[in-house]
Design a protein around this ligand. Sequence first.
Ligand SMILES: [Zn+2]
Length: 368
Amino acid sequence: MGRMERRPAGANLAGLRDHNAALVLSLLRARAEGGSRVQLAAQTGLTPQAVSKIVGRLLADGLVVEAGRGESTGGKPRTLLALRPEAGCAVGIELDRQRSTILLLDLAGTTLRRRSVDIGLASGEPERVVGALAKGVSQAVRAAPDGAKVLGVGVGCRGPLDYETGTLHRPAGLPAWDGFPLRGLLESLLDASLDVPNVLLDKDTNVAALAAPAAVSGSTAYLHLADGLGAGLLLNGAVYRGARTNAGEFGHQVLQPDGPRCTCGARGCLEALCMAALADDDPRTAARWLGIGAANLVRLLDIDRILLGGHQIFASPDVYLRAVADQIAEHLPEPEWQSVQVSLTPAGASAVAVGAAQLVIDSALGGI
Ligand SMILES: [Zn+2]
C-alpha cells in the first residue's frame, strides 16, 4: 500500500506533497553516499512514480544532483541522487520571553550562523521587538553563502497562536501581544532587497518537533518543559495542528482538580503540577508528573517516539528520561508490543530555532 493511502482522511493535498518531498530530502540528508530512486521508494513507502516526480522537481531546482551510479545488483546500475546542502538555506528564530535566537540553517540541517539577542516577548512594545528581529534576520540573510537560495524565515513562539493568520492569541502574562500580527509585521519590515519569499509563525513546540530527523513512519511527540509545558505532535510524520491550529496544549490537561492554580486559570493542570514541583527544587516529582502525562498521550495517540527538550529537561536530563520511560512502561498494558523510544531532542537548546528553519525548508521544498 502506498504512503498516501495510509494518511488520515482530510489531510490536504498540498500538505501531503510538502511532507513527501520533505521526507525524500530528509532521507537524502541522512545518506551522504546518495540514494537511488528505488531505494527512496522502498524507504518512504511511496510509489516509484511519485518518487520520480518529486526527484524531477528537486533536480530542476538544483536542490539535488545526480552523483554517479550505485552497485549493480544484477540489473542495470542505479543512478544515485545526492543533496546539495549549499543550494538553499532558511532563517530560524526562537522568540522566547527574554531572549531570541536567530540562526541560518542549510538544506543538510547544518547551522551556518547563530546569534542570540537579549530581546523577547517580555522586553517591551511588540513593534520594537519585531523590529529587532527583522534586523537580526537581515544580518543572517546577508551571511548566506554565495548562490544559496534563501527560502524564508520561520519563527517559533509560545502559543496560543494562529498558524494560518500569523497572529498571537492571549499568551499568558503578555497582554500586549494578544491579537498581534507578528508574521505580517515581520514580513513588512524585511527589506525587499533581501528577497525572502516566505515568513511562517508556528508554536515553539511544533517546530521543535521538526528539529529531529524525520521518521519515515509512526508518530512522534516532542515535550517541551521550560517556563511552561507543551507538546508538538508529528502524527504519521506530519505536524498535527488541529482545527484552530492550537493543538498540543499538553500542559493544560487537568490531573488534580483541587491542585495548584495554573497560569491558564484552572487548577491542577499538568503544567502547574510540574511548575510547583520545580519551585520546590524537586525535579524528580516534576519528572514523574511529566511521565504520567506522557503515558496518557502515548495511550491516546499510539505514539512511538517521545523527544524531550526545554531548559528544565536539560538541567536534569537523566531524571526526566528515566521517569518518562518508567511511567510509560508502568502504564502501557503491553510495553513489549507498544515499544516507545524516549530520548532528548538531538538539536538540544537550539531545537526551536533549528525546527523553525526546518519548517520553512520543508514547506518551500514541497511547494516547488
Ligand atoms: Zn493550565
